[in-house]
Design a protein around this ligand. Structure first.
Ligand SMILES: Cc1cc2nc3c(=O)[nH]c(=O)nc-3n(C[C@H](O)[C@H](O)[C@H](O)COP(=O)(O)OP(=O)(O)OC[C@H]3O[C@@H](n4cnc5c(N)ncnc54)[C@H](O)[C@@H]3O)c2cc1C
Length: 455
């Protein structure tokens, strides 16, 4: 579908892509209001949600939080904290292996930076092996990408011979919901993992905050896929913290209704790359290096980036040939690339990756940004903290040297390290051992059975 896309056409496109229930509510929202918003709705009285509160107290000018017992909201085998690319594949892998899994996410959808951050291109899906382009993202991550090809407008470049597909964020959210639900994972949205529950050097679960107050979830194994290492930091694991470029992604609409010739010689703001939606581009922003854990910095950047993006969109609309372009949306989630990085049992280096160094405990293979160099085997040790037990990590905060972080944080690598961590957690539970003691050949066998590529 080319040409101007009206709201009605967008709805028709999504409808064709199979988003039936979403469309029916969208259509309802568009219909002339038969009843005003406030008419006829009566809420009923219910018991207050959550445990009785114990507020902090002012004592001698200090804020003191009194000691109190926390309700245990849930107990499980494997608890995954953070539902981004890594967390979702981890949860599905563990659950498919047959253990009970809970997945805690601070927002109301899955995908993390891929969806909420609107980072749409899955880079690093392929590597060059024996002169040939070879797909290294397989297993659960690739299954997700493949399933998106069934929907019009959900993904592009997910086909033989192509690499680095671009996905629509709503389609990814939808498919992650589907796969998590099918697997039978217990989902807890709107829960912010705030602390670790420790028994000496062993993690026993987490404390989380929600509208219902502060509660705990206990688990045999915890996987930190918060991207920022919130849980391994709370558990006392060794880590490095870095500043990194923080940007905000945005999308532009009507990019197929432009006349480039009219704008000849004019300096244009970034126009972005194609997405599966006709006429819609996504614009990546690098942004300044900043501390992604400093809330004042994050608040400033949110507002500055939005202001700049608004200004750029207005500049574009004033440019001859680009008058129809509009700012479709800014990503609801700020683009924090790197903060805490685990100092794990093994620290993988850039040099080792480019040499394609082999590891006996390989659990995934990373790809090349443009499928131009060899795949890099990822050893199990990058997911394991040195000292804390029953804890794993995956995604953009795995143990790697500074130069390799630009590869370990790519979505394809996050999908595969997540898959590996979930499978490892399941094997640990089933073998009744610590994750650092799992039988690696057994773990590798499970990963291969689940479709993962280990080289
Ligand atoms: C601006 C930008 C552009 C990028 N461009 C590309 C690109 O073009 N291609 C590419 O492949 N990669 C790109 N990346 C990198 C990539 O998007 C991320 O590194 C990757 O998506 C990270 O996945 P993750 O699962 O490790 O972490 P995240 O996606 O950050 O997921 C972490 C999840 O945990 C949740 N969470 C965090 N803390 C808590 C907590 N305490 N309790 C509960 N839940 C929590 C978050 O809400 C989130 O859902 C880009 C990144 C940025 C920021």
């Amino acid at each position: 579908m080319n040409g101007h896309m009206t709201r009605r056409e967008l709805i028709r496109l999504l409808s064709a892509a199979g988003f039936g229930t979403l469309i029916s509510s969208a259509v309802r929202a568009e219909a002339p209001a038969a009843a005003p918003e406030s008419a006829g709705f009566v809420g009923r009285l219910i018991d207050p949600t959550g445990a009785p509160r114990t507020p902090a107290a002012m004592v001698g000018g200090k804020v003191i939080q009194p000691e109190r017992q926390l309700p245990i909201m849930h107990e499980t085998d494997v608890l995954v904290v953070g539902g981004g690319s890594a967390g979702v594949t981890a949860a599905i892998a563990a659950r498919r292996a047959g253990v009970r899994v809970a997945l805690v996410e601070r927002y109301g959808c899955f995908g993390g930076l891929w969806t909420g951050g609107m980072v749409l291109v899955v880079i690093g899906t392929h590597a060059k092996e024996g002169g040939e382009k070879k797909k290294v993202v397989r297993g659960i991550g690739d299954e997700l990408l493949e399933r998106l090809t069934k929907f019009d407008g959900a993904i592009m470049n997910q086909k033989p011979g192509a690499h680095n597909p671009t996905a629509d964020p709503e389609a990814v959210k939808f498919m992650m919901d589907e796969m998590v639900r099918e697997a039978g994972v217990n989902v807890f949205f709107h829960c912010w993992g705030a602390d670790a529950v420790m028994d000496s050097k062993t993690i026993r679960g987490i404390v989380f905050e929600s509208k219902a107050g502060r509660q705990a979830i206990l688990a045999k194994v915890v996987i930190d896929t918060t991207g920022d290492g919130d849980i391994f930091a709370a558990a006392g694991a060794e880590y490095e913290q870095r500043t990194y470029a923080i940007g905000t992604v945005h999308r532009l609409g009507n990019m197929d209704r432009t006349d480039k010739a009219k704008a000849a010689g004019k300096k244009l703001p970034p126009l972005g790359g194609a997405t599966p939606l006709p006429g819609v581009t996504w614009v990546n922003t690098r942004g300044p290096k900043a501390n992604g854990l400093d809330i004042e910095e994050l608040s400033r950047l949110e507002m500055e980036h939005r202001r700049n993006i608004w200004g750029q969109a207005q500049q574009l609309r004033r440019t001859p040939g680009y008058e129809n372009v509009f700012l479709m949306d800014t990503a609801p989630q700020l683009g924090v690339r790197i903060t805490r990085v685990l100092q794990g049992m093994y620290k993988l280096t850039y040099k080792e990756s480019r040499e394609g160094k082999k590891f006996p405990d390989v659990v995934a293979v990373g790809g090349a940004q443009g499928a131009q160099h060899v795949g890099w085997p990822i050893p199990y040790g990058v997911l394991l903290p040195k000292e804390v037990d029953n804890l794993l990590t995956a995604g953009r905060c795995v143990s790697a040297d500074e130069k390799l972080l630009d590869d370990t944080r790519l979505i394809a690598a996050c999908l595969t390290t997540g898959h590996a961590a979930g499978a490892a957690a399941a094997v640990a539970v089933q073998s009744n051992c610590r994750p650092r003691d799992v039988d690696v050949p057994r773990l590798q066998k499970l990963l291969r059975e689940q479709g993962a590529y280990l080289g």
